[in-house]
Every structure is written in structure tokens, then in C-alpha cells.
Design a protein around this ligand. Structure first.
Ligand SMILES: Nc1nc2c(ncn2[C@@H]2O[C@H](COP(=O)(O)OP(=O)(O)OP(=O)(O)O)[C@@H](O)[C@H]2O)c(=O)[nH]1
Ligand SMILES: [Mg+2]
Length: 329
């Protein structure tokens, strides 16, 4: 399972209470106040960690609290601050207010750290109330409560290129061939159940781009067929979309219809996603049915440049690779 959405409750620590205490020493009946301040409550912080793959830690354990500050003590001792609660989240996590849906934070850079909830201030001990007219103050204040809240955490993958296509079109095969990623490839639909990101290197240009393999879409994904639309959130942040169609017409499908359906599923998901620039790669050019299907596609969509490729035989990949980078830069 892959967890890219979860509800959580976080609470920062309460501040420690201030202390009322007086110095007691032999022969010094009025030693004066010496009750220290309470320590500050711990904060709740989130940090984007590239080694965290999804939000499973929060799915299984949705409540996290930072430590309370210690109360002040006699002999002028201030309480220790409560320990912060530093939570590791995957890169690309969005933090929303659970009730209003308002986006509060987005963690878009590795090691980016945000202060989500502030710990409560410690209370004042009676030392701080001593004045020239009040030498034996009995006042103190309580520590303040820490901030708390209910949030919705969502993971949206960060990649330059989002790979979109029907199941079995060869998306994972292509990502394997182009990048360092090794998503599983198999001949049954929905082999890929969660997005994976690969890095495509351009050693001569000293450049690299990232590409995300997103689980297969099918017609009616908007109505939750197949794996539904859920995974399209992982192309929301991509700058371009690479649409992969299957020229071998596996599973009795038609590449032209596939293309039209993919476009329509993107439209139904989100017009912003649908209006992203895209490239079309026509895969499985090595299969018998491919040349005819490629020709039909070109006639039906003369304005679209299509890149005929074979992900398995690694044909046509250099051109595609160069074009992906040109589109991005
Ligand atoms: N002949 C041929 N077969 C290919 C090519 N690319 C992929 N395949 C085969 O197509 C099948 C599906 O490949 P995958 O890469 O798993 O497809 P996918 O799009 O990731 O599929 P899902 O993860 O299920 O959505 C596998 O049996 C691959 O070997 C190709 O260029 N030519
Ligand atoms: Mg796959």
C-alpha cells in the first residue's frame, strides 16, 4: 500500500507553570522569593525528508504531541523547555486545515523545515513579581497551552515530467529504460500501484530531469474505475506531461481512442492539469500492428508531434529524451 493522504491531529507542548517559593535559611527569616519560571512547551515541526516515501507513519499513528515545558522550581530554577516534536514527511507534502481545506504549508524542498505549531509560553515564577513595594510576592502565572490542530496531509509528487497512460502501455518499462528508477514491469494491468520518480541524466549538458511513473488511467477513472483519479494528483506539480499510448493495441484497445480518453480524463480531473504542455510517445513500435496504428494516429492528429518508440528495445529513446529536456528548459 501507498499512503498519500491522511488526517492527523498535532499538539504542541504546554508551557510549565511558574513557581512560588521563598528562600528559607537559618537566621534569614525573609530570604525573598526564588520561584523560577516554567519552561516553554515543545513545538511541532515538519521537515521534508527525501528518504521518506509516503505518509504511512501518520496513517498508522495520526496523533503526535510535543513535550510540555517543566514547571519552575525553588532556588531560582527555571523549568526546562519541552522537547520539540520533529516529524519527517515526504518531499511534496501539502498541509491543509482539515476543516476549511485551506493550504497552510507545502514542503517543496529537501530538508525544508516548517514550524507548524508553537509550544505554549512558560508561566512566571514569583521572582519576577518582586518589586520595591512587594518583597514577598505570592503571584505566579500558569504556563500557556500549546497550539493544536487537525490537519489533512497530502502527498503530491514532485517531478518535471509526469508519465500518463493506460495500464500496460509500457510506462514503467520506459522509466526503467530512461532513468535510474526500477519500477516493476509486468504484462498485467495496474502493475504500478504507486508513483515512482526517476532521474534522467544528460551527462553532456550537465543536466538532469525527473520523471514520475503514475499508475495507469482508464476510461471512467473519474468515476473511480481502475485505480481512479487519485493518482493524477501526482502529476499536478509536473511541468510537462508525457502521454504514452500503446501502438500494439494490447487488450483489444485502439490507440486513437486511448489518446482521446486520456485527454478527457485529464480534463475531468482538473483543467489546469489538462492544460499543461504535453508530448506524445507511441510505444511498442516493434509490434506488428504498430506501423498502421502510428499512421492512423498521425492522420487523425496531424498537429501533434508523436515520438514512435520501443521502450523494450530502447528504440527512439534518444530523440524523446532530448525533446523532453528541450521542452522543459
Ligand atoms: N512489444 C513491446 N512490449 C512492451 C514495450 N514496452 C513495454 N512492453 C510490455 O508491456 C507490458 C506492460 O509494461 P509496463 O511497463 O508494466 O506497463 P505500465 O504502463 O507501467 O503498466 P501499469 O503499471 O500496469 O499501468 C509488459 O509486458 C512489457 O514488457 C515495447 O516497447 N514493446
Ligand atoms: Mg507500471
Amino acid at each position: 500500500m501507498f499512503y498519500d493522504e491522511t488526517k492527523v491531529y498535532f499538539k504542541a507542548g504546554k508551557g510549565g507553570d511558574g513557581c512560588v517559593s521563598f528562600l528559607r535559611q537559618k537566621y534569614m527569616p525573609k530570604g525573598g522569593p526564588n520561584g523560577g519560571n516554567g519552561g516553554k512547551g515543545g513545538n511541532v515541526l515538519l521537515v521534508a525528508d527525501v528518504n521518506v516515501g509516503d505518509l504511512r507513519a501518520f496513517h498508522f499513528n495520526p496523533q503526535w504531541k510535543a513535550k510540555n515545558g517543566e514547571p519552575g522550581r525553588g532556588s531560582d530554577q527555571h523549568g526546562k523547555g519541552g522537547e520539540d516534536c520533529l516529524l519527517k514527511v515526504p518531499l511534496g507534502t501539502v498541509v491543509q486545515n482539515r476543516e476549511t481545506g485551506e493550504v497552510i504549508h507545502e514542503l517543496l524542498e529537501a530538508d525544508q523545515e516548517i514550524l507548524l505549531l508553537e509550544g505554549g509560553k512558560g508561566g512566571r515564577g514569583n521572582i519576577t513579581f518582586k518589586t520595591s513595594v512587594n518583597q514577598t510576592p505570592r503571584q505566579f502565572t500558569d504556563g500557556k497551552s500549546g497550539e493544536e490542530g487537525e490537519f489533512l496531509l497530502t502527498l503530491k509528487t514532485i517531478a518535471d515530467v509526469g508519465l500518463v497512460g493506460f495500464p500496460n502501455a509500457g510506462k514503467s518499462t520506459l522509466l526503467n529504460a530512461l532513468s535510474n528508477a526500477t519500477p516493476k514491469v509486468d504484462s498485467y494491468p495496474f502493475t504500478t500501484l504507486f508513483p515512482s520518480v526517476g532521474i534522467i541524466e544528460y551527462p553532456e549538458e550537465f543536466d538532469r530531469i525527473t520523471m514520475a511513473d503514475v499508475p495507469g488511467l482508464i476510461e471512467g477513472a473519474a468515476e473511480n474505475r481502475g485505480l481512479g483519479h487519485r493518482f493524477l494528483r501526482h502529476v499536478e506539480r509536473c511541468l510537462i506531461i508525457l502521454m504514452l499510448i500503446d501502438l500494439a493495441a494490447t487488450d483489444g484497445r485502439d490507440p486513437l481512442e486511448d489518446f482521446a480518453q486520456l485527454r478527457s480524463e485529464l480534463e475531468q480531473y482538473d483543467t489546469e492539469v489538462a492544460s499543461k504542455p504535453y508530448l506524445v510517445a507511441a510505444n511498442k513500435i516493434d509490434e506488428d500492428a504498430a506501423p498502421e496504428n502510428l499512421e492512423r494516429f498521425r492522420q487523425a492528429y496531424p498537429e501533434i508531434t508523436v515520438f514512435p518508440i520501443s521502450a523494450v528495445l530502447e528504440q527512439g529513446l534518444p530523440e524523446l529524451k532530448v525533446n523532453l529536456r528541450e521542452r522543459l528548459r
